[in-house]
Design a protein. Structure first.
Length: 503
């Protein structure tokens, strides 16, 4: 176990290029989920700080050096950001693990990969082209400008703080926007380190990237309602996302939402069994199940069900629970005490619904004897898709195994859910792979792999899993708007009382 820190690290937040506390002077503590001990103090911002940050972002957008910078220079600045992330990747990962308890092997892989987002979108900055339109009027030269939307608010969850920020920040900066970021109150530290080691070092002008820290309802909502915010990019729970969407609609903001999931991971009897077992395990137990794309509903074809479950349990049993800062650990603690209680509550619900617990099913202690908030990797069989354990997001290491007959049955069960984020298909049939990919209603379908993401591929949800897409070339559209320019090179005049709808 880590020692209890004798002195808490004190963080400041970053507004208008300056380090500051909350105007109220309030702070809150952030804890290490492995030790359960507080290790740092974070400014507890409120509406006053949110307003200051939005005003700073608005000035930077309207009149600051950023607004005058060429797109090529913006791209260069983004490459500096990428290089600085590369330099500090391991340190940033360690801070994330300290705050959210996810495995260092996963968080380090994320921070090492994150520069790619800034290289990719940085390269796009000076390739955002408008177009000339052959409009249906004589003597006209019409064109479309693509302009940045303006000030953007980002609100992020605790499970992958920097990665999910980078998915928003890179296209927003490439488009020329300015931003205010509110990280989760559970995991603010890595973003504040990122601001110091990366954004400040990269000489990004004041006000372009601002951070306010604190609680969602207190400092998150003012970022969603502020009239000078043009776009809100939110990642978090579906209920919070609905609230954010409603509030943002009142002032007609653009909104993108990356929300919860209950993803089906579908195993056909023609799969490579060992690959599918590994895919099922990493789909649910990686990151202690605390990922939006967790393959939490495992649909197994009835012909191989018993054999598959036996292999699954045998492999899952071997998981090494322990200190998430060690590379050999395979399952870490749950991030927050409320989340820990919620997971245990769902395990009870599953048992009371009649699902059969074939592995785990309760609290655990790490192998080194240390640690708090550990839950045993848990597998339920005999799950009916109508049960709450199959329909509701647990966000923990709890797998529901559901039997199916054939392809049609698998598609019916997979789609009989409010969510539509990820999905997996394990098969060797090319026909079946493409057919399933077309029929599953989800933003991502992985075939013979699971939980892969890339800056080049759009990511997002169908149905209650969200609105809009992050990543891939199309993500930049979420930070741009079109302006139609009409130039009449011919005679003006005509009937002043009739709209010029016809040529
Ligand atoms: P959450 O919804 O509780 O919080 C997310 C963020 O919203 C936090 O920063 C929080 O402070 C803020 N917030 C809370 N109430 C708010 C309000 N009224 N107004 C504005 N902001 C508010 O989610 P969480 O528990 O931090 O994260 C877990 C959830 O995130 C899960 O449902 C998971 O599926 C989802 N998630 C989705 C994706 C995705 O890409 N689809 C990725 C990661 C996590």
């Amino acid at each position: 176990m880590q020692d209890r820190p004798t002195k808490l690290v004190e963080y400041q937040t970053y507004i208008d290029g300056k380090w500051t506390g909350a105007q109220s002077g309030k702070m809150f503590e952030t804890s290490d989920p492995y030790t359960g001990e507080a290790w740092a103090r974070i400014p507890e911002c409120d509406k006053v700080d949110a307003d200051l940050a939005v005003e700073a972002a608005s000035r930077a957008f309207e009149t600051g050096p950023w607004s005058k910078m060429t797109a090529t220079a913006r791209g260069k600045a983004m490459r500096r950001i990428a290089q600085l992330i590369e330099k500090h990747a391991e340190h940033l990962a360690q801070i994330e693990v300290r705050d959210n308890g996810k495995l260092i092997s996963e968080m380090a892989a994320q921070t090492k990969y994150l520069p790619e987002w800034f290289y990719y979108y940085g390269g796009m900055a000076d390739k955002i082209c408008g177009s000339v339109v052959p409009v249906d009027r004589p003597d006209h030269f019409n064109y479309i400008l693509r302009e940045p939307v303006g000030v953007c608010s980002f609100i992020t969850p605790w499970n992958s703080p920097l990665m999910l920020t980078g998915w928003k920040l890179a296209p927003a900066l490439a488009a020329g926007c300015t931003v205010v970021i509110k990280p989760s109150e559970y995991t603010s530290a890595s973003l504040l380190e990122f601001m110091k080691l990366v954004i400040e070092e990269a000489d990004i002008p004041p006000g372009v990237v601002n951070v306010v820290t604190g609680y969602g309802a207190v400092v998150g909502e003012p970022l969603v309602t502020h009239p000078k915010v043009a776009k809100v990019a939110f990642t978090g729970g579906t209920a919070t996302g609905a609230r954010v969407n409603e509030l943002a609609a009142r002032t007609f903001k653009k909104v993108s939402l990356e929300l919860g999931g209950k993803s089906p991971n579908i195993v056909f009897d023609d799969c490579i069994l060992d690959d599918a077992v590994s895919g099922a395990i990493s789909g649910i137990f990686a990151a202690t199940g605390q990922t939006c794309i967790a393959g939490s509903r495992l649909l197994v074809q009835e012909t191989i069900h018993d054999q598959f479950v036996e292999k699954l349990v045998a492999m899952a049993k071997q998981a090494r629970l322990g200190n998430p800062q060690l590379y050999e650990t395979q399952v870490g603690p749950v991030t927050t005490p409320p989340q820990y209680q919620k997971i245990l509550g769902y395990i009870d619900i599953a048992k009371s619904e009649g699902a059969r617990c074939v592995l785990g099913g309760g609290p655990a202690t790490a192998e080194d004897g240390g640690g708090k908030y550990f839950v045993k990797p848990t597998i339920f069989t005999g799950v009916d898709n109508k049960m709450r354990i199959a329909q509701e997001e647990v966000f923990g290491p709890v797998l529901s195994v559901i039997k199916f007959k054939d392809e049609d049955d698998a598609v019916r069960i997979a789609n009989d859910i409010a969510y539509g984020l990820g999905s997996g298909v394990w098969t060797q049939s090319v026909r079946r792979a493409h057919s399933m990919a077309q029929k599953i209603k989800a933003g991502t379908v992985w075939v013979n792999t699971y939980r892969a993401v890339s800056f080049t591929m759009p990511f997002g949800g169908y149905k209650a899993s969200g609105l809009g897409r992050e990543n891939g070339a199309e993500a930049i559209d979420g930070y741009l708007q079109s302006k139609s320019v009409w130039i009449n090179n011919g005679p003006g005049g005509g009937n002043p009382f009739i709209m010029k709808t016809a040529g």
